[in-house]
Design a protein around this ligand. Structure first.
Ligand code: PLP
Length: 412
């Protein structure tokens, strides 16, 4: 028999965990669909999905079935041998995208690490080592490994970790002129999030993505789209790039790919894939049968026309609801994003207070996220029902009413 579980609480975190996170006081213990329950049995509506990861909600029956079935078959082999779930998932991802080759990793950072290394290798093997410059954008987020965080465009995440990898240039996002000036024969890749997620839910303009594509083709460098957050149906099409009519050379994805199991993928073309020749890169866990079996079930569920139709319908419902709250209390300055990747920027008089909205939301039983200090991010499940969206918005409304009331009282 197993020993009884040790009683733990939020306090235990401060005792035994490295203090790089500051988790909320709430400790959830169970989830089902778009609802979660904490240690005290309190229920929450989930507009966060563990930062856009559990895109099919908690404990989706098809994912639970895929996980338990594979758990009883085979968990791990290493890449000395391939496995059926990984091959099936790779085939499915090539059907759903521009790509014809796949590399599996375990996180978004690792998928990006693979993409950046591939871009360097591809350029150096064909043009020599001078063609190594990676162009990325301020406020971009590409993960936390040293290479990924250095390509990302938020200085606060690299401070103190120097020396950083070199050959990385940051430009203003959506600035076609700056990009046109910067791309040269020395550039090996331009890296773009179709919607900057962590950076404030900021969509790329169609002109910007089109210009990036043209410049990359002209200067023989690779367009890398980081769809770690925007991919897997989050924006209303399987990948966000489909809506821009711009095809990348490399695409990275993770978050929603496994519906909550850690798995990531880098997708590319036959021509580019040849540069990641035998022995050039690898991962112990990447493409393990347990994770890829769950991801295949998630991908198949996400790619259903009815799931994508729900993202569009619920996205509209969310937008209207957020705009109504914005009008009622003046907290938000509109709403932006694509599909069910939505950001509500704080209005001028509420600058810097996105976190207050999230905390008030939790008091009223709805879990939302921030994307920086000035944007409330809403990323519900792709299969959330109309009634759950309605209820979550009602709770968010109550949270904003409380904050607005407190502000009025303080100013009176
Ligand atoms: C979350 C995220 C990452 C990093 O993914 P991890 O799984 O945390 O390594 C990279 N890029 C984007 C766009 C992300 O949103």
């Amino acid at each position: 028999m197993n020993a009884p579980a040790l009683p733990v609480s939020r306090k235990t975190f401060d005792e035994v965990m490295v203090p790089n996170y500051a988790p909320n006081e709430i400790v959830p213990v169970r989830g089902e669909g778009s609802r979660m329950w904490d240690q005290n049995g309190r229920e929450y509506l989930d507009f966060a999905c563990g930062i856009a990861v559990t895109g099919l909600g908690h404990c989706h029956p098809k994912l639970v079935a895929a996980l338990t079935e594979q758990a009883n078959k085979l968990w791990h082999l290493s890449n000395v041998m391939t496995n059926e779930p990984a091959l099936r998932l790779a085939k499915r991802l090539t059907e759903l995208s521009f790509a014809s080759k796949v590399f599996f990793a375990n996180s978004g950072s690792e998928a990006n690490e693979a993409a950046f290394k591939l871009a360097r290798k591809h350029a150096s093997s064909r043009h020599g080592s001078a063609k190594h410059e990676i162009i990325s954008f301020f406020n971009a987020f590409h993960g936390r490994t040293l290479f990924a965080v250095s390509v990302g465009g938020q200085e606060k995440y690299t401070q103190g970790f120097e020396p950083l990898p070199g050959g990385i240039t940051h430009l203003p996002f959506n600035d076609v002129a700056a990009l046109t000036k910067a791309v040269s024969s020395r550039t090996c890749a331009v890296v773009i999030e179709p919607v900057q997620g962590e950076g404030g839910v900021m969509p790329a303009t169609p002109e910007f993505l089109k210009a990036a594509r043209e410049l990359c083709t002209r200067h023989d460098c690779l367009l890398i789209l980081d769809e770690v957050q925007t991919g897997n149906g989050r924006c209303g099409t399987y990948f966000a790039y489909e809506q821009y009519g711009v095809t990348p050379d490399i695409l990275t994805t993770a978050k929603g790919l496994g519906g909550g199991i850690p798995v990531a993928a880098m997708l590319t073309t036959d021509a580019v894939a040849t540069s990641l020749a035998f022995g050039t890169h690898g991962s112990t866990y990447g493409g393990n049968p347990l994770a890829t079996a769950v991801a295949l079930a998630a991908v198949n569920e996400i790619a259903l026309p009815e799931t994508m139709a729900n993202v569009k319908a619920r996205g509209e419902q969310m937008r209207e609801g957020i705009l109504a709250i914005a009008r009622r209390y003046g907290v938000f300055d509109g709403v932006r994003g694509m599909g069910l990747l939505l950001g509500a920027p704080m209005s001028a008089s509420w600058k810097g207070r996105a976190k207050d909205v999230v905390n008030a939301g939790l008091r009223h039983g709805v879990w939302c996220l921030v994307a920086g200090a000035d944007v409330v991010r809403l990323v519900p499940s792709l299969v959330i029902g109309e009634a759950d969206v309605e209820e979550g918005l009602r709770r968010l409304d109550a949270a904003c009413a409380e904050l607005a009331g407190a502000s009025r009282a303080a100013n009176a």
